[in-house]
Design a protein around this ligand. Sequence first.
Ligand SMILES: [Cu+2]
Length: 144
Amino acid sequence: MSILKKSPFAIMCIVGLIFMAVYLIIDQSETSSAAGNEITAVEQAGYSIEVSLGRAPAQILKNNELQVHISDVQGNPVSHATIHFLLKMPHMFCGTFEGTASQTEPGAYQGNAVPLMEGDWEALVDIELNGQTLHVTHPFKAAR
Ligand SMILES: [Cu+2]
């Protein structure tokens, strides 16, 4: 400890290193706790479905483009689906947001999604297609 007493510079270096270590630990725990997907891709009833939002994380209180892509087993785009979605925060009773996605090109659908609070959200997407309804859950994060 005699070195530390003689050298305030050494103490400052050590304090600086501790701050840096704490900062790195906090930074890592934030990225590793991310439950949000950029794209959720599922295979269901012979269709491949991809759901994403225009931004990751999504921006709260703004329009985020909810995008749904549907193709069949041969990779051909699947048109004429009717798509409704609900945004909710799991385990919370705060507001939800409902919307529809309409077709912009063959197999591609788009709608406006507005998350209300920062945190973990789920987009529950219902896809009506040829007399059946497929359900896809897209977990995502919302931030300011
Ligand atoms: Cu909430």
